[in-house]
Design a protein around this ligand. Structure first.
Ligand code: SAM
Length: 243
């Protein structure tokens, strides 16, 4: 388990990261010509390059935050399935985890992925850390030093199989891991944002979240490809549990 507290400059890594991000996504595509075509014609890929985000996924979080305004200065955020790091980049800026705005409260971002990923200035990262393990969850809790968090967000995605139902089941399992982690560490009023691939268990997850959060919304950001079953559940106003 490696925990890195970041002080590095983002620019030092940016060109490498762009390549890494592409490799990372390309692995999911059997047909690389098709993948290249889609990458080249995708406006979010171009914007990500221009705005120095590691991945187009940044725009999904930016859009959800634009609509629901949950990432504000001073907040503490856990980012599960964070590599290559674009959600972490967004969160660090929004919660002022890098302290760039000296007049605003400073937040905190803790980012976990089972893959290696480059530091993001202002974030505490846990690369090579499987979030489903007790070891990783204990390390994250230790880094929190008993502080509760405002937002647990998960863009975790398992390796896909050729079978839609199996993929759905795999991601649902990860979603429940995130929810089970979130409940005892979240402040009342907090947020849980989880990505899943829609299927027959989506409603059950919504119902389970409704037991603990006042409002649960199903969100499909514009940046989420229309041909994907990807959908986000945004559970807000955590009611709190006795721990
Ligand atoms: C879609 S990517 C996340 C992209 C990220 N939100 C961003 O904006 O850069 C999904 C990530 O989930 C990670 N993941 C899958 N299973 C995991 C696990 N058990 N523990 C930690 N990370 C996991 C993958 O390694 C992958 O990096």
């Amino acid at each position: 388990m490696t925990m890195v507290i970041l002080n590095h400059s983002r620019t030092r890594f940016s060109s490498n990261l762009s390549a890494k991000c592409s490799q990372f996504l390309q692995r999911r595509w059997k047909n690389s010509a098709e993948w290249l075509n889609r990458q080249h014609s995708d406006p979010y890929v171009r914007r990500a390059k221009m705005e120095n985000y590691r991945c187009r996924s940044a725009f999904k979080l930016l859009e959800m935050d634009e609509r629901f305004k949950f990432l504000t200065p001073g907040k503490t955020v856990i980012d599960c399935g964070a590599a290559p790091g674009s959600w972490t980049q967004v969160a660090v800026t929004k919660v002022n985890a890098n302290g760039k705005d000296s007049r605003a409260p400073k937040g905190k971002v803790l980012s976990i992925d089972r893959l290696p990923f480059y530091p993001v200035d202002g974030a505490i990262i846990f690369p090579l850390s499987d979030f489903t393990t007790k070891e990783t969850q204990t390390a994250v809790k230790e880094a929190l030093q008993n502080e509760k968090v405002d937002i647990v967000m998960s863009d975790i995605a398992p390796n896909v199989t050729g079978l839609k139902d199996v993929n759905h089941d795999l991601i649902i399992k990860l979603v429940y891991t995130v929810i089970r982690f979130a409940l005892p560490v979240t402040k009342p009023g907090g947020i849980c944002l989880v990505k899943l691939w829609d299927g027959n268990k989506t409603s059950a997850v919504e119902t389970d979240l409704q037991r603990f959060y006042k409002k649960v919304r199903r969100v499909k950001p514009k940046a989420s490809r229309s041909d994907s079953t990807e959908v986000y559940l945004l559970a807000s106003d955590f009611l709190g549990i006795k721990t």
